[in-house]
Design a protein around this ligand. Sequence first.
Ligand code: WQD
Length: 351
Amino acid sequence: MGKILVTGGCGYIGSHTIVDLIENGFEVISVDNNARSTTHMLTGIEKITGKKIKNYKVDLCNFDETFAIFQENTDITGIIHFAAYKAVGESVEKPLLYYENNIFSLVNLLKCVDEFKVKHFVFSSSCTVYGNPLQIPVTEQTAMQPAESPYGATKQMGEQIIQDFAKSSDCNCILLRYFNPVGAHPSIYIGELPVGKPANLVPAITQTAIGKLPQMQVFGSDYDTRDGSCLRDFIHVSDIAHAHTLSIQKMMEAGYNKACDIYNLGSGNGVTVLEAIKAFEKVSGVKLNYAIGNRRPGDVVAIYADNHYAKEELKWEVQYSIEDMMLTAWKWELFLKSDESFFKESLANLN
Ligand code: WQD
């Protein structure tokens, strides 16, 4: 079936996708400069699959070093591109860092796709491209509003670059718009490793519950939603991972001829921040220490996915409930603190 190159393979969604690809018979290599990730995630992958994954510690902004990977691996048939910076708040403070890293790396990669005639390309996009949608649930045809952050703008630009490239090449491309990826692999050997103080909700919940954070803030409870807190579409990272495998398999089908296609990867269920906290308390048995704080600038009030297209075209089925997401996230947090954890050194470096 050919070799799949996963960029950002040591990261949260990249590592879970490598596990799913291996379990579906693919040969996989990773490229990850480990600027914001750890090769200990490859240890977790090996514990789950028994496979040692080769990682090229290369910055995709370095064209020559990126090109050399393709010279060494002329049998790459598909690429799944995760490697990017993704902290919304940081992108507002350092926009040029985000435009340089997220856009330069993508263009370098596509130049190699063109040169080495790679047939399939999957791009890690995000529901953030919708901005504050005028109607929900959003479909893949829902008009994009202005991005709420430079991070979101790099995803909108990335999609445009890939669509234009796909029209000019024989490479088939698929853009996957994730809603809110959360949780950890059921084995609890891989999961989310936030860099520094967690910006995202679920790591903030689990780190507060385990005592790494004294208290967490709920950013606003006066929104026009059923309980006043923001509404999101949480989706388990393993469900997200499997959609990447299905996307590659779809493009490998005989006669597949779409230059570029787009899929929403959300559960299709809207859950508020306060409901997510209640689900966590229910499965963990921990009463969470949180306070209601001010709204966070740039937050979308409410968004969730119409995921019918992915279900019909990719035969994608969401397997994990909000309780499963919270329970695996909690078990991962407990594992990181346990004596069995092989991430201790990584945590010291990433925090
Ligand atoms: C969710 C809700 C917060 C932390 C972003 C990106 C998206 C993706 C996921 C990369 C919001 C509230 C959070 C906290 C809180 N990124 N919250 N207290 O902003 O929906 O999405 O991250 O793949 O592309 O846009 O995710 O988890 O940061 O916030 O109340 O300590 O939780 O206000 O309403 P978000 P999030």
